[in-house]
Write a protein that binds this ligand. Structure first.
Ligand code: BES
Ligand code: ZN
Ligand code: ZN
Length: 495
């Protein structure tokens, strides 16, 4: 999709040109001045009359009527130079890319230099560009008989005087981050009947085949032999067989220092016998959002090939109701040997993740980051804006927070004090209680998983609020967001 060129952006005939405008530039300079000249001073007039604004994220389209090679110029306001961060430029690119898509532009040129501040390492703005263009190109798959026909952007030529190789590299990184996120979005948006545990395993295998990773899956019979009582207990209520999906990416000679991503792959959560209300139950097809984020990150890792060992572990099941479904009050034995009293069958995520975390450790995980649409409580606490985190290891937590910052994703820590852990030991009959009550719900849910990480450094990310958006955003439509794909990928690249 992207190409880098040094040279005159105005000389080439492409459908449209994209130009950034800073508020500080009182008089047009560089390319903007050239455009103004070719348009007989029209641009300066528009700016003076405030018909054209350089306010942040304002987009103006101007037709050139044969005076320039390209037919249209899209100006995008960037606000004040001093305030332009990676995040803000990413948003500005997203807004302009949405306009281009809406107008069905197919080939465009971007005058990257008009977006640059005097800061060093400006090539990261090329990452912002590619990421934003790819993210905004995502369209939700529909199953309507009549599909809406819309042309999409095919070619984006980036004109710049910066080092071509550095810009190209940044574009590739941004493009992969965007593509990995879109991959996760598509998995989350797929209806439950199109995305069963078996389908999820197929998706994981496709990634493995595409990038030469090792793929394996545990079937129900093998789980029984190993004693994965927690995952099996959740799967009992469904006709769909559960899967424990594993992908290994070897970025080092030796299989050591293994960073493991564990993703909740609950392909539909009806709550089980502790059934959920009907109102928004259809949205519970998104309960494999953690698995989707992990697979999206593996997609990025496969494309960019960092020198780190990464292992994805995805426990996958449905949480339904039939005659053999798990019941409140049942006591189950997890792979670790710990027994669990199931007070609420809707607190199933922590059960399947318990076995997945133990299994990841058995497979040699040295660091574990689990990602899960785990609790409604995290939405109450942080809304759909921020992902909630909890940990047993300050250093790994710091690495994850830094990665989230670089990736431009909001992440906040929840407390992990001992009295919260005590709340998990409130069963009279088993080692752990899977649902110790509403209070501190996201904390106890996270720490429940932490019990199984034991002393392996571990961070839990609760994306129940952030994996799904009820409304459109600058970066994409409502529905699956691909939250934490870019954070996980950044963590792996920094590791
Ligand atoms: N999958 C849900 C959590 C969820 C809620 C995800 C809303 C996305 C949006 C999870 O399995 C669940 O049902 N959790 C319960 C736990 C409770 C029973 C202790 C919850 O949050 O209500
Ligand atoms: Zn549930
Ligand atoms: Zn769930």
């Amino acid at each position: 999709m992207f190409k880098v060129k040094d040279g005159d952006v105005l000389a080439k005939r492409l459908g449209a040109i994209v130009v950034g405008l800073f508020e500080d530039d009182k008089k047009p300079d560089g390319i903007v001045r050239e455009i103004d000249k070719k348009l007989d001073g029209y641009l300066v007039e528009l700016l003076a009359e405030k018909q054209l604004s350089s306010g942040f994220k304002k987009v103006y389209k101007i037709h050139t009527f044969g005076k320039l090679e390209s037919k249209v110029i899209y100006f995008v306001g960037l606000g004040k130079k001093a305030e332009l961060t990676f995040e803000r430029v990413r948003e500005a690119f997203a807004v302009v890319s949405k306009n281009l898509t809406k107008d069905e532009q197919v080939e465009v040129a971007v005058a990257l230099d008009t977006f640059l501040t005097e800061e060093k390492n400006n090539q990261v703005f090329a990452k912002a560009l590619a990421e934003a263009f790819v993210l905004t190109s995502y369209r939700t798959e529909t199953y309507k008989q009549k599909q809406a026909e819309q042309k999409s952007l095919e070619k984006v030529v980036v004109y710049t005087s910066l080092d071509e190789d550095a810009v190209e590299e940044a574009l590739i990184v941004g493009e992969s981050f965007g593509a990995g996120t879109n991959f996760a979005r598509a998995l989350v948006n797929a209806p439950g009947n199109y995305m069963t545990p078996t389908d999820l395993a197929v998706k994981a295998k496709e990634i493995a085949d595409r990038y030469g990773m090792e793929y394996s899956v545990l079937e129900k019979e093998e789980m029984e032999k190993l004693g994965m009582g927690a995952l099996l207990a959740v799967a009992k209520g469904s006709d769909q067989p559960p899967k424990m999906i594993v992908l290994k990416y070897r970025g080092k000679e030796k299989w050591e220092n293994v960073l493991s991503f564990v993703g909740k792959g609950l392909t539909f959560d009806a709550g089980g016998i502790s059934i959920k209300p009907a109102a928004n139950m259809h949205e519970m097809k998104m309960d494999m959002g953690g698995a989707a984020s992990v697979l999206g990150a593996m997609e990025v890792i496969g494309a960019l090939k960092p020198d780190v060992n990464v292992m994805a572990v995805i426990p996958s099941s449905e949480n339904l109701i039939n005659g053999s479904a798990l019941k409140p009050g049942d006591v189950i034995t997890s792979l670790s040997g710990r027994t669990i009293e199931v007070r609420n069958t809707d607190a199933e995520g922590r059960l399947i993740l318990a076995d997945a975390v133990t299994y990841a450790k058995q497979l040699g995980a040295d660091y574990i980051v689990d990602v899960a649409t785990l609790t409604g409580a995290v939405i109450v606490a942080l809304a759909g804006i921020t992902t909630g985190a909890i940990t047993n290891d300050e250093d790994l937590m710091e690495d994850v927070l830094v990665a989230a910052g670089e990736a431009g994703e909001y992440l906040w820590r929840l407390p992990n004090f001992d009295p919260y852990k005590e709340m998990l030991r409130s069963s009279d009959v088993a080692d752990l209680n899977n649902s110790p009550g509403r209070e501190g719900g996201s904390i106890t849910a996270g720490l429940f998983i932490g019990e199984f990480a034991e002393d392996t450094p571990w961070v839990h990310l609760d994306i129940a609020g952030t994996a799904w958006s009820k409304s459109e955003s600058v970066f994409g439509p409502k529905g699956g967001t691909g939250a934490m794909v870019r954070t996980l990928a950044t963590l792996a690249r920094n590791f």
